[in-house]
Design a protein around this ligand. Structure first.
Ligand SMILES: [Zn+2]
Ligand SMILES: [Zn+2]
Length: 353
C-alpha cells in the first residue's frame, strides 16, 4: 500500500471540493515528484470551485506551484532530488504537432493542464515532468516563486505579444493578479504613463496598483475612463490597452481607449457573445490580439527578473496553510486579496515568514 497525502480534491463545485487523504503520486519513467512548497490560487481555481467551468472530472486543483524535488523516475537525468523548482502548467502535450515541434506547446491542441485534466499542486506532493521544470534563483522564496506562472501570463501578453515601446501610454483594465502583474511588466519597458482601470468593488486590489507600477488609477463606475485617458495624453488615447478582464464591456471600452494604430491585447476570457460592431477597430487601424499561457523561455526570463529583484511580486501574496484553503478562496471570491498562496508543507519549506 502506498503512502497517503492531503490534497484539495474537486469532484463538484463548492461542497464537492474538499481536503482529502489520497495516495501519494509515485515517479514513473521520465517523471518527477515535487514536495509542494507553495501553490498560488488562480482566479480560475476559484471559478472552478464556484462551478463556472462545468468541470465534471475529479481532480486535485492548482496549477501555480513550486517545490522541492522529492523523487525522480527512471530516465530522468537533468533534475536532482533536493532542487528548488517551479513547474509550468502544461502537464501533458502531444510532442508531435507543429506547435510542440516549434516550442509553442502552449497552443498544442492536445495540451492538458494541471488542476483541470491532470492532478495539480494543491497537495503535499505532485507529479510533473522534467521538460517543464525551472530552477528557482537562490534568494527567491518559494512562496514568491509560486507566482511565476501568472507573471509569465503577464510577460507573454505585455512583452512577447504587445511589444510596448518606451514612452507609450499603456492602460491596463482589471486589477486582478494578472492585471497587476501586467502593470509591473509595463513598468520595465519605460512607459510614459501606466493607467490602471478598475471598479469600486476592486478597491482593495486597486490599492496595490501603484505599488505594482501604475501611475494613476481610474474607478470606471465613478468617472469617465475614456475621457480621462484621452485627456492624459494628446487627446487620441492609449498606445496599448491590456484587457485583463475580457468581457464584452471591457472590449468595448478598449476600442474607445485605444488610439489610431494602437494595440489591444486581450488576456481575459469572456464566454458571452460581444454584441457590438468592431468597426472602431477598422476605423482606427488598431491591432487586437489574444494572448494565452507561456512557454519555456518566458519562465526563464521571469525567474531572472525575480532573481535580480526587478520583479517583486510580494505585494500580491497572502499566505494560508493548505488546511485553510477555504478562507483563501473566499477572500479572493470577495475581492479582498488578489492572490492566496497555499503552503501544503508548512512555512519553512516555502521560506515564508
Ligand atoms: Zn492561473
Ligand atoms: Zn502538440
Amino acid at each position: 500500500m502506498s503512502d497517503t497525502m492531503q490534497a484539495l480534491v474537486y469532484t463538484a463545485p463548492r461542497e464537492g471540493t474538499q481536503l482529502r487523504e489520497i495516495a501519494q503520486p509515485e515517479a514513473g519513467p521520465g517523471e518527477v515528484i515535487l514536495q509542494v512548497a507553495a501553490v498560488g490560487v488562480c482566479g480560475t481555481d476559484v471559478h472552478v470551485w464556484q462551478g463556472g467551468h462545468n468541470l465534471t472530472n475529479r481532480v486535485v486543483l492548482g496549477h501555480e506551484f513550486g517545490g522541492i524535488v522529492a523523487a525522480v523516475g527512471p530516465g530522468v537525468e537533468d533534475v536532482q532530488v533536493g532542487e528548488r523548482v517551479v513547474s509550468e502548467t502544461a502537464a501533458v502535450v502531444c510532442g508531435t504537432c507543429i506547435y510542440c515541434r516549434s516550442g509553442q506547446y502552449n497552443v498544442c491542441p492536445r495540451r492538458k493542464g494541471f488542476g483541470f485534466a491532470i492532478d495539480g499542486g494543491m497537495a503535499n506532493f505532485v507529479r510533473t515532468r522534467p521538460a517543464i521544470l525551472h530552477r528557482v534563483p537562490l534568494h527567491v522564496p518559494m512562496a514568491h516563486a509560486a507566482l511565476t506562472e501568472p507573471a509569465c501570463v503577464a510577460y507573454n501578453a505585455v512583452i512577447e505579444k504587445s511589444r510596448p515601446r518606451p514612452g507609450d501610454h499603456a492602460v491596463v483594465i482589471g486589477p486582478g493578479p494578472i492585471g497587476l502583474l501586467c502593470a509591473a511588466m509595463l513598468r520595465l519597458c519605460g512607459p510614459a504613463r501606466i493607467t490602471m482601470i478598475g471598479l469600486r468593488s476592486d478597491a482593495h486590489r486597486l490599492e496595490l496598483a501603484r505599488r505594482m507600477g501604475a501611475d494613476e488609477i481610474i474607478v470606471a463606475d465613478e468617472e469617465d475612463a475614456v475621457a480621462r485617458v484621452r485627456a492624459a495624453s494628446d487627446g487620441f488615447g492609449a498606445d496599448l490597452v491590456v484587457d485583463a478582464v475580457g468581457i464584452a464591456a471591457t472590449l468595448n471600452q478598449s476600442l474607445d481607449l485605444v488610439r489610431p494604430n494602437g494595440q489591444i491585447t486581450k488576456i481575459g476570457w469572456g464566454p458571452e457573445p460581444i454584441g457590438f460592431s468592431l468597426d472602431r477597430l477598422v476605423a482606427k487601424a488598431a491591432t487586437l490580439q489574444g494572448s494565452f499561457s507561456h512557454t519555456y523561455t518566458t519562465w526563464e526570463r521571469v525567474l531572472s527578473l525575480m532573481g535580480t529583484g526587478q520583479l517583486d511580486v510580494s505585494p500580491l501574496v497572502t499566505l494560508y496553510p493548505l488546511e485553510e484553503w477555504h478562507a483563501g478562496f473566499e477572500a479572493m471570491e470577495h475581492l479582498e486579496i488578489p492572490k492566496a498562496v497555499l503552503l501544503p508543507n508548512g512555512p519553512t519549506l516555502a521560506n515564508a515568514p
